[in-house]
Design a protein around this ligand. Structure first.
Ligand code: PEP
Ligand code: MN
Length: 341
């Protein structure tokens, strides 16, 4: 259930509703929009539901809306106009501008990350991606450079005016990563690591939450709900391909999930056509399709020398291919009312 407050609701009226919600045994989440404040009611230990419903006529309340989905704070009705997140350095996501993150699968060396950061920035990316803690299918594969990788990533990003997005695999890494990272990525394999999600609910930093490889859209939104229930509403959802019966590509990028999520939720959605296809030559067509379908951003693997990449070289674009893709996305965006800044 949510309380839509009238646009001129006073702080006193808002506080009154918040304290009544708490008295009734629920949690109150205050979500301030540009026009009005919304108060989300969550929790299942509360009892006095009819008392809450009676508050529909309290001063400052415009209406009470019942949310039928199992996810509540992530539901579209909480913020019908959509969430626009300010990521820093003038980069927003969820508004008119399309945000593009690009970089290698993993940070490998100072030269590799410095080289690729300059190239993706020149092509128009605003965020530098790169894993320092890598979730590898095999324990014998390269596992990432750890904190040293984060330092290199931050340095390369700062030199090129970029923001940093990198994956956090374990709650114990949150503290280590905070000083280096602008957006915390939760990988597909950890989408339902509820301990990690709760940990990320306690920080004040955007989280890029990737869809699990066998997760339904509802499960993805419930994972977002875990983060938001802790008070961190800065969640970006990511469609990165799911397992289907088809084996031709690494995964099946579920393009339809983009408009579906946009209907169900107010949160920004990005597409990852790199992991979504696993094949370099399929990345650009799927990136273009994702933008046409309404994605708010893209996250793309680009490597200066994909043949020698320590992970995901087969799906990594060459820098020139990425620059070409950016031009194409720039051309497509205005056709769907968007812009690549
Ligand atoms: C990645 O972004 O490098 C990654 C491991 O992605 P995913 O979690 O989607 O497999
Ligand atoms: Mn990868």
């Amino acid at each position: 259930m949510i309380f839509n407050m009238v646009s001129e609701a006073t702080e006193e009226q808002i506080n009154h509703i918040v304290s009544r919600i708490k008295e009734c045994g629920y949690e109150a989440h205050l979500i301030r929009g540009k026009e009005r404040t919304v108060i989300g009611v969550v929790g299942n230990s509360g009892r006095h539901r009819s008392e809450l419903e009676a508050l529909s006529s309290a001063p400052g309340v415009e209406e009470i809306v019942k949310i039928s989905h199992p996810f509540k704070l992530a539901a579209r009705s909480v913020r019908p106009e959509g969430t626009v997140l300010d990521l820093g350095k003038g980069v927003t996501i969820g508004g008119k501008d399309i945000a593009v993150a690009a970089g290698p699968c993993a940070v490998e060396s100072p030269a590799q990350i410095a080289d690729i950061a300059a190239k993706v920035a020149k092509a128009g990316a605003r965020l530098l991606r790169g894993g320092a803690f890598k979730p590898r299918t095999s324990p014998y594969s390269f596992q990432g450079l750890g904190e040293e990788g984060l330092k290199l990533l931050r340095d390369a990003a700062d030199k090129n005016g970029l923001l940093v997005v990198s994956e956090v695999m374990d709650p114990s890494q949150i503290e280590i990563m905070l000083p280096y990272v602008d957006v915390m990525q939760v990988g597909a394999r950890n989408m339902q690591n509820y301990h990690l999600l709760r940990g990320l609910g306690e920080i004040d930093k955007p989280v890029l939450l990737k869809r699990g490889m066998s997760a339904t859209i509802e499960e993805l939104l419930l994972s977002a709900e875990y983060i938001m229930a802790g008070g961190n509403y800065k969640v970006i959802l990511c469609e990165r391909g799911i397992r289907t019966f088809d084996t031709y590509l690494r995964n099946t990028l579920d393009i339809a999930a983009i408009p579906v999520i946009k209907t169900l939720s107010h949160l920004p959605v990005v597409a990852d056509p790199s992991h979504g296809t696993g094949r370099r030559d399929k990345v650009a067509p799927m990136a273009r399709a994702a933008v046409a379908a309404g994605a708010d951003g893209l996250i793309i693997e680009v490597h200066p020398d994909p043949e020698r990449a320590l992970s995901d070289g087969v799906q990594s674009l060459y820098p020139d291919q990425f620059a070409q893709l950016m031009q194409e996305v720039r051309a497509i965006a205005p056709a769907v009312g968007r812009r690549v800044p």
